[in-house]
Unconditional design. Structure first.
Length: 359
């Protein structure tokens, strides 16, 4: 039953599960033509991306799509029909009048936590559009409340700013993040590193935080970890590396790789670190774009991997296929999506079913 809780999820026995845990659904926020994320590139380009993603996800799980208005809903329905994606009652695709200005559901959407027995709750972190870069964001910030009401779930509100793309968990008490994002004064200037770790422990059930350094060039989030390093099992991570010493990403990615080599999980297991390549630099109108194979999304039965018409696409997908032998690894052309400065993980938010993960 929906209610705003006064305690903490960890005290109630909740923990954030890994992304590979069984999903009840994936949540998306459909972009608006009036939005700022895809200037001059919306019509004929952006809606088919969301429609194709919806179709792929709906093969294995529900897809819930936030829409901005009645007019926006009609346009979304038109795009889904054009792509022959069934939606509405009796299908796996549902639309909701939960408005948000921009489509980055990973960061403004709900964070689900679960506990033994399958009970679920939602953590509603504050959202300030990556340090106040892109106002307004009040509607985006309110989306988790609407989802909690729809699902009839308890809601926890920590009262600090935190984005889903800045966190990655192994479902067993260990969390990856970056100093460049979580310690940035444009988020929570009143909090120390220890304070932030305490919030992560209290609200996500984390026992150990692994801190990386800087993010990749072009990332306007100040260095989200989902462009850098991701858990693929309880003790295994993939991390992007740049082979060209003249590339500006070379040094920070090398430093992150060196840090990972010394890290252990909350259970004391040494991290197994698998390298992912980086695509060649992509630019648009003189701007470096944050293209990264680490921005994949783990769905039920499949892993969707952003690709960029690059020679390294096949290598990245092959590495991830070996790490996910029980899922289909599907390359997803993100050449236009990345113009919005994000890729597949940035636009998705998993809703766990509460069932026990197999991996």
């Amino acid at each position: 039953m929906f209610r705003i809780e006064t305690g903490t999820p960890a005290a109630a026995g909740y923990q954030m599960p890994a992304e590979w845990a069984p999903h009840a659904a994936t949540w998306l926020t459909w972009p608006r033509p009036e939005g700022i994320s895809f200037p001059g590139r919306y019509d004929g380009i952006v809606p088919p991306i969301w429609a194709r993603l919806t179709a792929l996800l709906a093969e294995d799980e529900e897809v819930h799509i936030n829409v901005f208005s009645a007019g926006h809903r009609a346009a979304v329905e038109e795009a889904l029909r054009a792509a022959r994606v069934p939606f509405g009652e009796g299908t796996r695709v549902r639309l909701h009048d939960f408005p948000a200005y921009e489509p980055w559901c990973r960061d403004h959407g709900p964070i689900f936590v679960t506990k033994e027995g399958g009970e679920r709750a939602i953590v509603d972190w504050g959202y300030n559009a990556w340090g106040g870069k892109y106002p307004p964001c009040d509607l985006d910030d309110h989306v988790p409340v609407e989802v909690a009401k729809f699902r009839g779930l308890p809601l926890y509100q920590p009262g600090i700013v935190m984005e889903g793309g800045s966190l990655d968990v192994n479902g067993a008490g260990t969390l990856l993040t970056t100093e460049s994002c979580l310690l940035n004064p444009n988020r929570n200037p009143h909090l120390t590193r220890a304070d932030i770790e305490k919030y992560l422990a209290d609200y996500l059930g984390i026992q150990k935080v692994l801190w990386l350094g800087d993010g990749i060039l072009g990332d306007d989030t100040d260095g989200h970890v989902d462009d850098l390093t991701r858990f693929v099992s309880v003790d295994t991570v993939v991390t992007v590396v740049e082979d060209d010493p003249n590339d500006e990403n070379y040094a920070p990615l090398r430093e992150n790789r060196e840090r990972l080599a010394t890290m252990t999980t909350a259970c004391g297991l040494p991290l197994r670190v698998v390298d992912l390549p980086m695509p060649k630099p992509l630019h648009c109108e003189g701007q470096r774009l944050p293209a990264s194979y680490a921005n994949f999304y783990i769905a039920n039965g499949k892993v969707l991997v952003p690709v960029f018409n690059d020679p390294a696409d096949a290598k990245a997908c092959a590495i991830l296929q070996e790490l996910f032998p029980d899922r289909r690894v599907i390359p997803f052309d993100a050449s236009d999506l990345i113009w919005g400065l994000g890729a597949l993980h940035c636009i998705t938010q998993q809703e766990p079913s509460g069932a026990v993960a197999k991996k």
